[in-house]
Write a protein that binds this ligand. Structure first.
Ligand code: BTN
Length: 243
């Protein structure tokens, strides 16, 4: 496994994508940066992270050998790998806010941005980008953000955390290779934030509505029980889970 360590880069996801298209990269090549000048989040958002305090890294995963029908499985195993890694550091009350924010005590400690490499209309590889808040203790204008240090009072060694996350990611990807799809989906659902609880959502037109989170579909849609007792599936592009 190759780990490329950089001091500063625009975005580890963008760097790894460029590297994979220009030079080709070995499976599981990982790029970690102390600082990202243009860290990217989901849905075109910005990912800010205090330089050298947190982990910002991306992993190149060749998925051609995995026989997965839905790219969402990559998101699922990445979330589960982070949960396992964080449990090993005794991080309390972990959950996965659909589709793949990792929360502790209802605050976000990790964001995941998965970008797919598609060739001839089939999924060839995924670039798994992870931003894990570790030793940063102030999040200005982000009241719902937290870090491992805030939660435990301890300072963490970034390399150690990185290796543990990568170890769990490899293990979960192996399960995916062994076709343990149902087991993985069940496990993902046990960590689903606000499952069976009343939640509030916003659609793309700004309409706010409520419902109960029931499950996720194999393609990663969120299944919500609405007021009229109907379960409706929503794509990530269509709704935001507010709380
Ligand atoms: C989100 O929650 O919106 C996803 C955030 C993902 C951030 C990580 S940091 C490493 C990698 N490089 C990026 O530009 N983004 C991801």
């Amino acid at each position: 496994m190759r780990i490329i360590k950089l001091n500063a880069i625009n975005s580890t996801n963008s760097y790894l994508r460029k590297l994979s298209t220009e030079d080709g990269v070995e499976d599981f090549t990982t790029v970690v940066a102390k600082h990202q000048t243009h860290g990217r989040g989901q849905m075109g958002t910005v990912w800010n992270s205090e330089s050298s305090k947190n982990l910002t890294f991306s992993v190149f995963k060749d998925v051609s050998e995995l026989h997965i029908e839905h790219a969402f499985y990559i998101s699922m195993v990445t979330s589960l790998a982070l949960i396992k890694a964080l449990q090993s550091f005794s991080i309390p009350k972990l959950s996965i806010k659909w589709p793949n924010d990792i929360l502790s005590e209802d605050k976000k400690i990790c964001g995941i941005l998965i970008e797919n490499v598609i060739k001839q209309s089939s999924l060839k590889a995924s670039i798994i980008g992870i931003g894990l808040n570790i030793n940063q203790t102030e999040f200005i204008d982000l009241p719902r953000a937290s870090s491992l240090k805030i939660l435990t009072g301890k300072t963490f060694n970034l390399d150690e955390v990185l290796h543990i996350v990568l170890k769990h990611l490899k293990e979960y990807l192996k399960l995916l290779k062994k076709d343990k799809h149902d087991i993985l989906k069940d496990e993902y659902e046990t960590y689903l934030f606000r499952k069976d609880k009343p939640s509030t959502f916003q659609d793309t037109e700004g309409t706010v509505f409520s419902g109960f989170i029931k499950n996720v579909s194999v393609s990663g849609n969120l299944q919500v029980l609405l007021e009229d007792n109907i379960v409706k599936e929503f794509d990530l592009k269509d709704i935001t889970l507010l709380y």
